[in-house]
Design a protein around this ligand. Structure first.
Ligand code: F0G
Length: 458
């Protein structure tokens, strides 16, 4: 491994068990071949998500004991507000129980029926929270992002021709706001460059359009800016973050990723009108504006985690662990998305299982096969996640049909990475024997969470 050794030592451990081959076969069938429906105790290494799965530090656990559980005016809220001011540079913070709570408040305030929200690339919950008030989310990421082999250093960048195209097609009044996700999840954990963010601000100023970030993985994005963008080689991560945020009108944030906590979220802004509106609606959906669905102790852990997660030394270890897993797979010829992303390694299911049609859900199939082989739990990120067109009701088959191996922060060792890589490499060798799936149950919203499948004989 090229990166540094872990900048921490382990104080508490949690036992994990490898279920037998027989149990793995049963468990994935009981779960309808959907890894979301597996029992956690049937999982050996859980790479389903990096969301809410971090190991907290002793400093965060100490903070938990200082929870001020007052209904109103908890001091932990003010610690959170100050951390957001220091690290992201936003004056106003509205706490929520997690990221989608913030999306709900922000997007239901900004989106009017019939409006369009251009975003570098959709995320599942973001798309739904734009659609519920009657809007439509459209992608405007650079074409390179749709090609798993392309090694562009900032595949999360906005394509200004696409944004201009939406303005020309719909008219500027129909654009609700412009949405940019940091370290784009569905593109493979790919960052946006500072230059792109700066230019987007100038572009949107010309049209008086607001820019709202999904800043969920902004610290990991900032690490890539420092690593890859000229002029930032020695800039502290917090300075990079503040500059990134300065080009927006506010953000939503799922604290469950870069803040190294198990639950929490917020929205933050310097815009008084957005703040007034969301501070008013938070009390209906989440809780009072000084807790928003979080316990005092959870807000303290977020405040401390936002700081810790923005430290260069930590981020270097984090990004390099993900890279270690990716490189093991790449060296063995397993098709993955390049460059290796910030929070996860993504397998290219279309290349892994070329004998399956899109209707046989290759990424869902591969994710289930990995579980059956090794009890490593991964997630489909392809057509099942993308869902149907909200107007025509047809399935959408995105260019990227991926399986995500998402690495929880500070949780697994490099030996766990090696076990995972070995199992996937073995599976790749016998890939021709893997048969596809058909969907037999489809829920109305965010179908990937609860859909069920059956195996189609080869
Ligand atoms: N935005 C992004 C970019 C996300 O990745 C997520 C969650 C959310 C918003 C919603 O936040 O879960 O706290 O309500 N992503 C998780 C994942 C679920 O596994 O990628 P939440």
């Amino acid at each position: 491994m090229n990166g540094p050794a872990e900048p921490f030592k382990i104080k508490v451990v949690e036992p994990v068990n490898l279920p037998s081959e027989k149990r793995r076969k049963e468990a994935i069938r009981e779960a309808g071949f959907n890894t979301f429906l597996l029992l956690s105790e049937d999982v050996y290494i859980d790479l389903l998500t990096d969301s809410g799965t971090s190991a907290m530090s002793d400093n965060q656990w100490a903070g938990m004991m200082l929870g001020d559980e007052a209904y109103a005016g908890s001091k932990n809220f003010y610690n959170l507000e100050n951390a957001v001011k220091d690290i992201l540079g936003f004056k106003y913070t509205v706490p929520t129980h997690q990221g989608r709570g913030a999306e709900h408040l922000m997007y239901s305030h900004l989106v009017k029926p019939g409006q369009i929200v251009p975003r570098n690339m959709y995320f599942t919950t973001s798309k739904v929270h734009v659609e519920l008030p009657g809007g439509k989310m459209v992608d405007m990421i650079i074409d390179e992002a749709h090609d798993p082999e392309n090694t562009h250093p900032f595949k999360g960048n906005v394509d200004f021709n696409k944004l201009q195209g939406y303005i020309d097609e719909y008219g500027v009044d129909k654009i609700s706001f412009v949405n940019v996700e940091m370290d784009v999840n569905m593109a493979g954990g790919q960052p946006v460059s500072m230059e792109n963010l700066r230019k987007l601000r100038e572009f949107c100023d010309d049209y008086k359009l607001k820019i709202i970030y999904d800043a969920t993985r902004s610290s990991e994005n900032a690490y890539f800016i420092r690593e890859r963008e000229k002029g930032y080689e020695n800039t502290p991560i917090i300075e990079i973050l503040r500059e990134m945020m300065s080009y927006s009108d506010g953000c939503i944030y799922s604290s469950k990723k870069d803040c190294l906590v198990n639950i929490g979220g917020f929205l933050a802004t310097n815009n008084e009108e957005i703040f007034e509106a969301t501070r008013s609606s938070v009390v209906i959906y989440e809780g009072l504006h000084t807790y928003g669905g979080m316990a005092g102790r959870d807000m303290e852990a977020v405040a401390r985690g936002l700081q810790e997660g923005a430290q260069y030394k930590y981020l270097k270890y984090r990004i390099n662990q993900v890279r270690y897993l990716g490189e093991l797979l790449m060296k063995a010829g397993v098709p993955i998305v390049k460059p290796i992303g910030g929070h996860a390694v993504f397998l290219n299911a279309l290349k892994f299982l070329p004998h399956l049609s899109r209707e046989q859900w290759p990424a869902q199939t591969l994710s289930a096969a990995i579980y059956e082989d090794s009890a490593v739990r991964t997630m489909e990120r392809g057509a099942v996640s993308k869902g149907r067109d909200s107007q025509t009701g047809e399935n959408i088959f995105p260019a990227l049909e991926l399986v995500r191996l998402t690495i929880p922060r500070r949780v697994y060792t490099n030996t766990h990475m090696e076990y995972t890589a070995n199992s996937i490499i073995n599976l790749y060798k016998k890939r021709d024997s893997i048969s596809g799936l058909k969907m037999v149950y489809e829920p109305k919203y965010l179908r990937f969470f609860q859909a069920r499948f059956e195996q189609i004989p080869l």
